[in-house]
Design a protein around this ligand. Structure first.
Ligand SMILES: [Fe+2]
Length: 442
């Protein structure tokens, strides 16, 4: 070992001291939250991939995804699904429509493709990408051209702590009923209209479920913000990231629309704006309805479950239309609790027969204001609903975040009469908010 001079030793000692001091004071990677701009940054690799419909569910399927702005030409590939890998050679390409989107976190490209000319009741396999960077291949199945049995899920507000607290709910729904035809989101998917990180959380929570089960979303008040001209408008993320029908009231494209699927008409209403026009549109739409079942979804409830949140104008405008056309189910959110009615009569006793539901899937919770119309109610409970329709019967199940059956009923169609509702409520007590014990007491 060679001898070091005193000066060299002192220099090394000094450097060691500096290094130790730096290591002690430098922030360790685990000390800080990753900035939203980094965590939710787009890349050339597709993310936020989501199936929706803009056309006929028998013969079309839309898919939308996100990349960074370096991807200028995006495509989707599709083939009929096969048991082995050879389908890849038979896949056809469809060039995407690409639009630039600037969020609070920066620029991205959103790409959308509508597959057309598909065969009904057929399983397809598809992927999206830019020719170099591709998503995984995923399946979807087109709707039948007959009134075959179907199942779908419906969830109320996800809204808060979405990745942390909503993931388990949406994943429970999928694992309970993986053959879901579609997923209804009854508004307030996120909390702050123009926060891209919240949309990033929403997409991450559902993950690849969104690649195989089409979503049917409707905007809530939290997806609505004021534009620079003072007018209220749907969140800027909404239209780039969801490819939805434009068959509703003019100006409410992709927020008020309808889909016909296997004998079920699914109608979404935008309860934030222009309620009277949508009542007139719905009345006309339901005058010519060849479907056996009609399901309506919107955000604000017709019958509220929480104190001080009644919507009398909305009820006065929309309920008579539901009564007149005997809408089967109205699925809503907004009140951060659960309440479900029996079949509700109309003013004219020969009409009516709709079941109204308020539900919540995220962690924000309000107290229930008990009312006579509620067949079943819940507080502080995260829920998802699975609804199965088979010819003249509809089976409704509401399950808790851990998959426990909480509420259930069956609807039976009757000729020229309101549906018959048979309660199948499980024999477990209602979930009620625990009273807060006074501190210092016994
Ligand atoms: Fe809301």
């Amino acid at each position: 070992m060679s001898q070091m001079s005193l000066r060299t030793q002192a220099a090394i000692g000094f450097l060691v001291l500096v290094a130790v001091a730096w290591l002690r004071h430098a922030p360790a990677a685990t000390d800080a939250k990753i900035p939203a701009k980094v965590l939710h940054a787009p890349s050339p690799q597709p993310d936020r991939v989501i199936l929706t419909w803009a056309g006929d569910p028998k013969t079309t399927q839309a898919v939308t995804w996100r990349t960074d702005v370096s991807v200028e030409r995006a495509t989707a590939e599709i083939a009929t699904a096969e048991d082995g890998p050879l389908f890849r050679k038979k896949a056809r390409q469809v060039v995407a429509r690409t639009e630039r989107f600037t969020s609070d976190l920066g620029d991205a490209h959103y790409h959308s493709v509508q597959f057309e000319g598909l065969q009904p009741s057929t399983k397809y396999v598809y992927r999206v990408g830019d020719g170099y960077n591709w998503s995984e291949w995923a399946h979807f199945t087109t709707a039948s051209d007959k009134e075959e049995p179907l199942a779908f899920a419906y969830v109320g507000d996800a809204q808060n702590d979405i990745f942390e607290m909503w993931s388990r709910v949406i994943r429970s729904a999928y694992s309970d009923a993986p053959k879901l035809r579609f997923l209804i989101h009854a508004g307030d998917l996120i909390n702050t209209a123009d926060r891209d990180d919240q949309w990033g959380e929403w997409h991450r929570a559902a993950g690849w479920i969104n690649m195989s089960v089409p979503s049917v979303p409707v905007p809530g008040n939290h997806e609505y913000g004021r534009q620079s001209n003072g007018e209220r408008a749907v969140n800027r993320n909404w239209k780039p990231q969801f490819t939805l029908p434009a068959n509703g009231v003019n100006g409410l494209e992709e927020t008020n629309y309808y889909l016909d699927i296997q004998g079920v008409r699914v109608v979404t209403l935008n309860s934030n704006v222009r309620q009277k026009e949508q009542a007139e549109w719905l009345d006309k739409l339901l005058q010519n309805n060849p479907n056996k079942w009609t399901i309506v979804t919107h955000h604000h409830p017709i019958f509220s479950t929480a104190k001080g949140r009644d919507n009398p104008e909305l009820r006065a405008l929309w309920k008579p239309v539901y009564d007149k056309h005997r809408v089967d189910l109205v699925l809503t959110g907004h009140d951060h609790s659960y309440g479900r009615s029996n079949v509700v009569a109309g003013e004219n006793r020969r009409e009516g027969g709709t079941v109204y539901v308020v539900s919540v899937s995220g962690p924000k919770m309000y107290a229930v204001e008990p009312a006579e119309w509620m067949q079943r109610k819940a507080e502080d409970t995260q829920l998802y609903q699975i609804i199965r329709i088979d010819n003249d019967r509809l089976l409704y199940e509401s399950r808790t975040a851990r998959g426990e059956l909480y509420d259930s009923f069956e609807l039976r169609k009757r000729r020229n009469a309101a549906n018959k509702l048979v309660n199948r409520i499980p024999r477990i007590p209602e979930n009620k908010r625990m009273p807060i014990e006074p501190s210092g007491g016994r």
